[in-house]
Design a protein around this ligand. Structure first.
Ligand SMILES: Nc1ncnc2c1ncn2[C@@H]1O[C@H](COP(=O)(O)OP(=O)(O)OP(=O)(O)O)[C@@H](O)[C@H]1O
Ligand SMILES: [Mg+2]
Length: 503
C-alpha cells in the first residue's frame, strides 16, 4: 500500500493553474524526489499535502484511506510534516522550546515551562536524528544547517501523533547549504528512510538523483513522468522537465578575455572588517572573478562590504581609479555597483510590491535622483525581462509574493540587469533556487554583460559553477585570501583542486 497517493489534484490561483490534475504515489520508506522548472507546482503540491493549500479538485489518500487535510495539525495527525523552505523557527527561543512548540504536552503545566521535561522531550527528538546540538542553545546562535536539523527534529514529533511511519517533506532544503552541510543532511535523509518516508525537492538534479530512490517530474502543474534514480543522469530529468532536449554546455564556454594592461575596474586594497582581513584584489573590465570558500570563510561579508552594506575597519575600494566612500550603499550605487544578495527574501524583495516595482527599484536607486522613467517605457522594459528570464507570473502588476520561490529570485536578479548603467556586478549565489534552464540563461547573461565590459565578482552556488564561469578564482580561508587560481578556458582547475586549497 502506498504511504501517500494523490489523484487528479487541481489548484487554481487568479490567472494561474498551479496544479492541473497531478497524480503522485509515494511508497513507504522511499525517498521520493520531485523535480520541475520554477513554477511547475512543486511547492503547491507539497503544501496541499500538509494542509496549507486546499485543492479545488482531486483526492489525497494516506495509507489507502481518503483524507481531507485542512491544516498543518490535521496533516500531522496523519503523520505528514514539512520542513519549510523559509525556516519557521523562533530565533530567540532555545532549540528545545522550538522543538516542543505547538505540542508542548507535559512540558508545560498550568502555563509554566517544565524545563527538565522539555529538555528531555527535545533530546529524544534530536537523538532520533543523532544530532549533537545542545537543546538549550538559543536558536539564533546556531548555524543555518543546525537550525535545519532542529526543524527536522521538530517535524519528527509527528511520530507521536500518528501510529504510522511519518512522511517528512523537504522543499529545497539544500539551496542555502554549503557542500559539507549537504553531506550531513543527506546522511540524515538516508537515516530517516529507515523509519520514515521522505519527499525531497531540489533544483540540483545530480543531488536529487544521488539521495532519492525515485524521481517524479512535474511540468506546468501536471505529472509528466518518473525515473528510478539508480543509473539515471541529470540530462534525462531535465529533458522531462522542459519537454525537449536542453543544451549540455550550461556555462556557455568562457569569455574571450584578452586581459589588456589597463586600469582595473575594481581595485580592493587591504580591506578589513569584522570577519575578513587585509583583502586585496583587482577585477578588470569584462573579467569574472569567482570567490570560493567554506562557510565562515568571510566571502559573503567581503561581497557585502564592496556594496557598502558591511562595516569595514581598514582599506580602500576604487572603481576605475576613483576611491569610493565606505561604507555607503549610496556611494556604491552611484559608482555603478550592482549587488544581488543571497538572502533575497530578506534583503532583496518587497513582498507586497508588484513584479514591476520590485524589478525597477534599483533603477530608481542607482540613478539616485536621476531622470524619471516614463511609465510606458518602464512597462516595456519589465515585460522584456519577464520574457527573457521566463518569469512565470500572471503579469507585471502581480505582487511578487504570489510567485513561486524561483520566479521571485529571477525578478530580483533582473533588477540589476534592468538598471543598465552597471559597471561592476556582485553576485552572491545568483542561481540559488533557479531551475537548470534559467540557470543556463543567467550564465549567458553574465557572459553578455562581461563582453560589454561589466566586471563581475561571483560567489558561486557550487564549485562547478565558479570554475565554469570564472576567469580567475580567489580562495578564501578564515577571512583571508589564501590563494588565487587562474581559470582560463581550456585549462580550468577541477573543483577538487580548489577543495584542497579551501581547508
Ligand atoms: N499564493 C499564491 N497566489 C497566487 N499564485 C500562486 C500562489 N502560490 C503559487 N502560485 C503560482 O502557482 C504556480 C506554481 O507555484 P509553486 O510555488 O508551486 O512552484 P514551484 O514548482 O515550487 O517553483 P520553484 O521551483 O520556483 O519554487 C506559480 O506560477 C506561482 O506563481
Ligand atoms: Mg517552490
Amino acid at each position: 500500500m502506498n504511504a501517500l497517493e494523490v489523484r487528479g489534484l487541481v489548484k487554481h490561483y487568479p490567472g494561474v493553474t498551479a496544479l492541473d490534475g497531478v497524480d503522485l504515489a509515494v511508497r513507504p520508506n522511499e525517498v521520493l524526489g520531485l523535480a520541475g522548472e520554477n513554477g511547475a507546482g512543486k511547492s503547491t503540491l507539497l503544501k496541499a499535502l500538509v494542509g496549507l493549500v486546499t485543492p479545488d479538485a482531486g483526492t489525497i489518500h494516506v495509507r489507502g484511506e481518503q483524507v481531507k487535510l485542512r491544516s498543518v495539525v490535521d496533516a500531522a495527525n496523519h503523520g505528514i510534516g514539512m520542513v519549510f523552505q523559509e525556516q519557521s523557527l523562533v530565533p530567540n527561543l532555545t532549540a528545545a522550546e522550538n522543538i516542543v512548540l505547538g505540542s508542548e504536552g507535559p512540558a508545560v503545566r498550568r502555563g509554566i515551562y517544565r524545563w527538565d521535561v522539555m529538555r528531555r522531550l527535545a533530546q529524544e527528538q534530536l537523538d532520533k536524528i543523532g544530532s549533537p546540538i545542545d537543546p538549550l542553545a538559543r536558536t539564533d546562535s546556531l548555524s543555518f544547517a543546525d537550525r535545519q536539523m532542529v526543524e527536522i527534529a521538530k517535524v519528527l514529533r509527528i511520530e507521536e501523533r500518528s501510529q504510522h511511519p511519518p512522511v517528512v517533506i523537504l522543499d529545497e532544503p539544500t539551496s542555502v547549504l554549503e557542500s559539507k552541510e549537504i553531506e550531513t543532511l543527506f546522511a540524515q535523509i538516508r537515516r530517516l528512510r529507515e523509519f520514515a518516508t521522505v519527499i525531497f525537492v531540489s533544483h540540483r538534479l545530480d543531488e536529487v538523483l544521488d539521495v532519492c530512490d525515485r524521481v517524479c517530474v512535474l511540468r506546468g502543474g501536471k505529472s509528466v513522468g518518473e525515473v528510478a534514480a539508480a543509473g539515471a543522469v541529470p540530462r534525462e530529468l531535465h529533458r522531462m522537465m522542459i519537454g525537449s532536449t536542453g543544451s549540455d554546455d550550461h556555462y556557455h564556454g568562457s569569455a574571450a578575455t584578452t586581459v589588456v594592461e589597463e586600469q582595473p575596474r575594481l581595485s580592493v586594497r587591504g580591506l578589513s572588517g569584522a570577519s575578513f582581513h587585509d583583502i586585496s584584489f583587482d577585477v578588470a573590465p569584462g573579467e569574472i572573478v569567482g570567490i570560493v570558500g567554506v562557510h565562515g570563510s568571510g566571502r559573503e561579508d567581503v561581497c557585502r562590504a564592496l556594496f557598502g552594506a558591511e562595516p569595514t575597519t581598514a582599506g580602500e575600494i576604487r572603481m576605475d581609479g576613483t576611491r569610493i566612500d565606505l561604507p555607503s550603499t549610496r556611494a556604491a550605487c552611484a559608482a555603478g555597483i550592482g549587488y544581488v544578495p543571497a538572502e533575497r527574501k530578506t534583503e532583496g524583495m518587497v513582498g507586497a510590491l508588484s513584479v514591476a516595482e520590485n524589478m525597477t527599484l534599483a533603477k530608481q536607486q542607482a540613478r539616485c535622483a536621476g531622470p524619471f522613467v516614463a511609465p510606458k517605457k518602464q512597462a516595456t522594459l519589465v515585460d522584456s525581462w519577464i520574457r527573457r528570464l521566463s518569469i512565470r507570473t500572471p503579469g507585471r502588476d502581480t505582487p511578487i509574493q504570489r510567485l513561486s520561490g524561483g520566479n521571485q529570485q529571477k525578478v530580483i536578479l533582473a533588477r540589476w540587469l534592468v538598471a543598465g548603467d552597471i559597471r561592476l556586478l556582485l553576485l552572491d549565489h545568483p542561481t540559488r533556487g533557479l531551475d537548470v534552464g534559467v540557470r543556463s540563461e543567467v550564465y549567458r547573461l553574465m557572459r553578455e554583460l562581461a563582453a560589454t565590459g561589466v566586471a563581475t565578482v561571483l560567489l558561486g552556488d557550487s564549485l562547478e559553477e565558479a570554475v565554469g564561469m570564472a576567469d580567475r578564482i580567489l580562495v578564501m580561508n578564515d577571512g583571508r585570501v589564501a590563494t588565487e587560481v587562474p581559470c582560463p578556458t581550456g585549462a580550468k582547475p577541477t573543483p577538487l583542486d580548489l577543495v584542497k586549497e579551501m581547508v
